[in-house]
Ligand binder design. Structure first.
Ligand SMILES: [Zn+2]
Length: 219
């Protein structure tokens, strides 16, 4: 893997246990000694757009993030030297942050983001964020992806370095992106009660949603 050429990569997750699961409105500030780093915020920040959320002081670099809507109490922070691919989908900024040596599956991730937005906004309702971000993290942290509000950390192991060239392979990269995008509706808009069966509203419906998007994979 090529993460050794990065200053660091940090993933922090807070698991939404049944006890603490609830929605929040939040503002966050991160300080770093790194001169050249990229920190995707947990959700859209108007401050970021205005370029006033990032500044340097006393040799440190600071980032200000602000949730512009109430969201599930469930967020992550990642920081590393990334290459970023960007596209626009009907005013929503699509971004994939990745290691410069792992570009192979980025186009299929972008395609899945767009197909997910097409299907979900047509069938489930509007997308609540102004950005949809996929952010690579090293397999030393884990082999999973997870849907936070507007941001989806995605392990290099199951996405960015996955080899899908065999014609019989199921496109799991495309599928997992669609699943995590499904959580933007199922878990981040429809939040289950603190009781047995709550994950039907998150995992089961995210799986169903991803299968619907998979049907569009060949189109
Ligand atoms: Zn899930």
């Amino acid at each position: 893997m090529a993460w050794a050429n990065k200053p660091s990569c940090v993933l922090w997750r807070e698991t939404a246990s049944p006890v603490v699961r609830r929605t929040i409105s939040a503002r966050m500030r991160i300080g770093s000694t790194w001169k050249r780093s990229s920190v995707p915020p947990p959700t859209r920040s108007r401050l970021l757009r205005a370029r006033c959320c990032e500044w340097e002081s006393n040799g440190r670099r600071y980032f200000d993030y602000k949730l512009d809507h109430v969201a599930l109490r469930f967020c992550s922070f990642l920081s590393a030297r990334y290459v970023v691919d960007r596209e626009d989908w009907k005013g929503i900024q699509l971004e994939v942050y990745y290691d410069k040596d792992h570009p192979w599956n980025v186009p299929r991730m972008m395609k899945s983001l767009k197909k997910s937005l097409e299907y979900y906004t047509s069938n489930f309702g509007s997308y609540p964020n102004k950005e949809a971000r996929i952010i690579e993290f090293p397999r030393s942290i884990g082999r999973f992806a997870q849907g936070f509000a507007g941001t989806m950390p995605y392990s290099e192991a199951i996405g960015f370095i996955a080899n899908l060239n065999h014609p019989d392979d199921i496109d799991m990269v495309y599928y997992v992106v669609a699943h995590e995008m499904g959580h933007q509706w199922w878990a981040h808009q429809v939040v289950g009660a603190d009781m047995q069966g709550a994950t039907f509203l998150s995992e089961s419906l995210a799986q169903y949603s991803a299968l619907m998007v998979m049907e569009t994979a060949a189109t």
